[in-house]
Ligand binder design. Structure first.
Ligand code: 9WN
Length: 413
């Protein structure tokens, strides 16, 4: 352990160093573009010392919004050879070169927090942003729901949990034998043992090819895309965003027709992800109906979405007692647990913060505080890494990472 003596200062300088003028890259080298949910978290960090810059982060993200309301998962503001796949591989036609998929819609929730903090200019900035937030919500309701009202991810990158065990069975059913040659860039920046495997990468790229060949036509992709999994990340974040958008519309007297019905639909979708045998919220392949049997950190986002669960609370209490640096991205008692391989075990500070928001909102103040303290210990002891080994705390992936710095400033520190 290497104590970080002035984490406040370090966190601010990370945000400032990763600022590319209106948007923030997640980390130098490995991720040189603007990522969707990273930016929403970055905005919370900026809000602690520069509210104007916090709004700008989210506003810049929405400059990439497509005409139909979709907000891409990556905006390629400036070409950079250090990341693959770049804009040419995605072949998209939005207002800014971008990817063709989304990420969990947390922007509305983080914007709400900034709006509540900004008593001077908050209302004006929010009124500008609001129709864009609503349009994105409506796009998700139109294209990503399964028959039960749960929200699907159509690419493992869409849920933001790239190689989570949740996708294993669905990925194994996919044929990527004709993906062709390509050059990964991630493993030239960080240790390949901490990253997704080649088996996974072939499928990530194959899915991009399928989307590009279909011109990112969502109607066509409903049948063409072999990967469609209803998952807790997409479902819980969409539900929470819908609640926030509704609340904002009421306060500012803005039009938001149909939102209450959407919330009801999403609540039943969220309930449909409950796996009684597993005792957890889980993912479900939308093509086969098969449950993934995965307890992940996304399962614990139920409170964030306003869904109470005694079983989840019992599970979380046990995780807080038994795992030295919780919350692991995958249950350490399960055979596929891998302490360092990305979303198959490691702890992610920003996921902890979102779990913590939910716990606090639903009156589990003690667990929220315990999780906050443990996250603070992790960051002050091991630094601003992308993610951490949940058993030893050892840092992994990219360093000087934007969302870890933002979590420190806004919540943990
Ligand atoms: C693909 C930027 C992003 C995060 C994701 C994380 C990782 C990208 C990658 O990095 O995904 O989107 O190339 O591995 O899984 O959650 O937004 O930090």
């Amino acid at each position: 352990m290497n104590q970080h003596t002035n984490p406040d200062r370090e966190a601010r300088s990370i945000l400032i160093a990763n600022d590319r003028g209106g948007y923030t890259i997640p980390t130098e080298g490995l991720y040189p573009y603007q990522w969707n949910w990273d930016s929403a978290i970055a905005a919370l960090g900026f809000a602690q010392f520069d509210l104007d810059r916090a709004w700008t982060e989210i506003e810049t993200l929405f400059t990439g919004q497509w005409e139909d309301g979709m907000v891409p998962h990556i905006l390629f503001h400036q070409q950079d050879e250090g990341y693959f796949p770049g804009p040419d591989v995605w072949g998209c036609n939005g207002p800014i070169p971008s990817s063709g998929i989304i990420q969990p819609p947390i922007a509305a929730t983080m914007a709400r927090k900034i709006w509540e903090q900004d008593t001077a200019f908050g209302d004006a900035r929010m009124k500008e942003l609001f129709p864009k937030l609503l349009a994105w919500h409506r796009w998700i309701m139109k294209w990503r729901l399964d028959e039960f009202g749960a929200v699907c991810t159509t690419h493992p990158w869409e849920a933001g949990r790239d190689n989570a065990p949740d996708w294993d069975n669905s990925m194994a059913r996919m044929d990527a034998s004709d993906v062709g040659e390509y050059q990964r860039r991630d493993t030239s920046h960080v240790n390949s043992d901490d990253r997704p495997t080649k088996f996974d990468y072939d499928r990530y790229i194959k899915l991009v090819q399928i989307g590009r060949d279909a011109g990112w036509d969502q109607q066509a992709l409903l049948s063409l895309n072999p990967f469609r999994v209803a998952d807790p990340t997409m479902t819980f974040t969409t539900l929470r965003a819908a609640r926030d958008v509704l609340m904002i519309s009421e306060k500012l007297e803005l039009e938001a027709e149909g939102l209450s019905e959407d919330i009801e639909k999403l609540e039943s979708g969220a309930r449909s992800l409950w796996n009684e045998d597993l005792g957890s919220f889980d993912s479900r392949d939308a093509h086969t109906g098969e449950m993934a049997e995965s307890i992940s950190n996304a399962s614990y986002l139920c409170w964030y979405a306003g869904m109470e669960s005694d079983r989840m609370l019992k599970g979380l209490k046990s995780v807080l007692e038994t795992v030295p640096y919780p919350v692991p991205s995958y249950d350490p008692d399960m055979p596929k647990f891998d302490a360092r391989r990305y979303w198959r075990g490691p702890t992610w500070a920003f996921m902890n913060m979102m779990i913590g928001f939910g716990l606090a909102d639903m009156e589990h103040a003690q667990q929220a505080e315990q999780l906050r303290q443990k996250t603070a210990e992790l960051i002050s002891g091991y630094g601003f890494a992308e993610y951490f080994d949940p058993k030893t705390g050892s840092p992994a992936g990219g360093q000087a990472f934007t969302w870890t710095a933002a979590v420190w400033l806004h919540w943990a520190g």
